[in-house]
Design a protein around this ligand. Sequence first.
Ligand SMILES: [Zn+2]
Length: 277
Amino acid sequence: MLESNQVSPHRMTSDLQNLIELQQIDSQIAALRAEIAALPKHVAAIEAKLAGSKAKVEAAVAAGKADDAARRKHESDIRDQQQKISKYRNQSLNVKTNDEYRALMHEIQFAETNIAKLEDKILELMVAADTRKETLKKAEAELKADAAENDREKEEARQRTAADEKELAELATRRDDLRAAVNEDVLRHYDRVLKLRGTALAAVYEKQMCSGCSVLLRPQMFQDVMTNQQFLTCDTCKRILYYVPPPPKPEDEKSTKKTAVPEPAPPSEDSSSASVS
Ligand SMILES: [Zn+2]
């Protein structure tokens, strides 16, 4: 799994190599678990969107039904008014006085005004019905698209979860192998720091600092870490330290195939300038 070209494996203790891979695997496991945990929330968000589309369609259908009911009511009211008019007309044939006649004519006029108003309302509903039909058509199209997207994304989430779980199982196996190979005390330290800080290892480069907490190492400590042969921890953050040599310069690579970590420079008081000789 670990294909690190930065580290020279033959110069590193097997514990260090195993720990580096173990940390990679623990990070991958944490990322996969986070992904698996996030997927149900993603699915819930998709479902909520679909429910919103369904509600829009239902609202459009309900509005259409309400309009139809209103229209039927207006039509029935018009019939009532028309019956009244017929009745008044019949009565007008038998009235005795002008006053009675005028009163009936007034009633008829009143009913006709009512009918005109109701017909206006029906016309308004008919105009609105066209808009309603468009709204419903649009909502139904959106619902159809959302339903298809919902199915697709849910299937995708299902497949992703299955793949993640398969990968997790593989990583767990490799993790067990690695842990079995590492010294128990070292492993205990690793677990403690991992739990506390999220990472248990820190690389050290030419800048001579712990890459975990950025604290500069003491010169002697740096010399020791450079050997990659000891179990050393950062004084500040307690992460396990390992040295990563700089990549070989192109001209060196051509002349001699030097891949090994150079021998540490002899300890000196001024080791801030300690460089590979
Ligand atoms: Zn540190």
